[in-house]
Design a protein around this ligand. Structure first.
Ligand SMILES: NC(=O)c1ccc[n+]([C@@H]2O[C@H](COP(=O)([O-])OP(=O)(O)OC[C@H]3O[C@@H](n4cnc5c(N)ncnc54)[C@H](OP(=O)(O)O)[C@@H]3O)[C@@H](O)[C@H]2O)c1
Length: 253
C-alpha cells in the first residue's frame, strides 16, 4: 500500500468487467481512499464486491453504483454525483474508462447498420460519453489522471467475423489521440493502455496465452494510472514481459 494515494478518489467506468475488475482491485491495494464503480448490472457489482472482499476496509472504500453512464441521461450521472455528495468528496482524482467487449457476430455484409452502431456505441461511444461528462471535472487539476483502456484489435483483424470490433476499436484509438492532444498542456495526465493479449478472470486462466485479470490490473494501475512519469502516451501491453515490467510491486526498494 502506498500512503501517498490515501487521499485520492477514483471512478472506474467498466470497473465490473474482466479488465476493469482487476484495475479496481489494484487501486484498492495501492491504498486509494475510495473507488467508485458504475455498472448496469447488479450481479456484476455483487461479483466485483466478492472479488475484492479480501482488500482492507472494502465496504467503506468501494462504492458500487447501479447506473448506465453511457446513456446521455442526467439521472444516471446524478447517481455518481450523489455518491460524491453523500461521502463529502470534493474532487475526483483518477478516472479510468474501460468499457466495451469483444464483438464477433459475423462478416460486415451479414450485418444491419444498427448492429454497427450498437457495437460502436459499446466500444467507443460509451468512452466518449463518459469523458465528455467527467474529464472536465479533473482536467485543470494537478495530480489527476485519465486512462483509456483500448484493444490491439484497432490495428489488426483477428477474423472476418469480428470486423466491427476493429472498426470500433480503431475509432477509439482516434478518440484517444484527439483527447491526448486536447489535454497536452493541461495538468491532467491522459494516457491509453492498449492491450493486445488475452485477459480472463483469475480463476479462468487455463492456457499459457491467457493472462489473469489481477496481473493486468496491477500493471495498468502501477505502470500508467498512478505513474506520474507517464503522460500523453499509448502504452502497449502485448506480452507477459511487458506486464511484469509495468507492475513495480516486486521491484527491489
Ligand atoms: N479481455 C481481454 O482479453 C481484452 C483484450 C484486449 C483489450 N481489452 C479491452 O478492455 C476493455 C474491457 O474489456 P473486457 O474484456 O473487460 O470486457 P467485459 O468483461 O465484457 O467488460 C466490459 C465492461 O464494459 C462495460 N460496457 C460495455 N458496453 C457498455 C455500454 N454501452 N455502456 C456502459 N458500459 C458498457 C460493461 O459494463 P456493465 O458492467 O454495465 O455491463 C463492462 O463492465 C475493452 O476496451 C477491451 O477492448 C480486453
Amino acid at each position: 500500500m502506498n500512503h501517498s494515494f490515501a487521499h485520492k478518489v477514483a471512478l472506474v467506468a467498466g470497473g465490473a468487467g474482466t479488465v476493469g475488475s482487476g484495475i479496481v482491485k489494484a487501486l484498492l491495494q495501492q491504498g486509494i481512499k475510495k473507488v467508485i464503480v458504475p455498472s448496469r448490472s447488479e450481479t456484476a457489482l455483487k461479483n466485483l464486491l466478492e472479488y475484492c472482499s479480501s482488500e482492507s476496509k472494502v465496504s467503506e472504500r468501494l462504492a458500487l453504483v447501479n447506473a448506465d453512464i453511457s446513456k446521455q441521461d442526467e439521472r444516471e450521472f446524478n447517481k455518481i454525483l450523489s455518491v460524491l455528495q453523500e461521502e463529502q468528496i470534493l474532487h475526483l482524482d483518477v478516472l479510468v474508462s474501460c468499457m466495451g467487449s469483444w464483438w464477433q457476430k459475423g462478416v460486415p455484409t451479414s450485418q444491419p447498420y444498427s448492429e454497427l452502431l450498437n457495437c460502436f456505441h459499446d466500444l467507443c461511444g460509451s468512452h466518449f460519453i463518459f469523458l465528455r461528462k467527467f474529464l472536465p471535472m479533473i482536467k485543470e487539476r494537478q495530480g489527476t489522471s485519465y486512462t483509456i483502456i483500448t484493444g490491439g484489435a484497432g490495428g489488426f483483424l483477428a477474423n472476418a467475423e469480428s470486423g466491427f470490433t476493429t472498426v470500433a476499436q480503431s475509432a477509439l484509438w482516434g478518440l484517444s489521440l484527439a483527447v491526448r492532444k486536447e489535454c497536452e498542456k493541461s495538468p491532467v495526465r491522459v494516457n491509453e493502455a492498449r492491450i493486445s493479449i488475452s485477459v480472463v478472470k483469475d480463476d479462468q486462466v487455463k492456457q499459457q496465452w491467457e493472462h489473469a485479470t489481477s496481473d493486468m490490473g496491477r500493471s495498468i494501475v502501477d505502470g500508467i494510472v498512478l505513474n506520474d512519469q507517464v503522460r500523453g502516451q499509448v502504452v502497449s501491453i502485448d506480452s507477459r514481459e511487458k506486464l511484469a515490467q509495468l507492475s513495480n510491486r516486486n521491484a527491489p526498494a
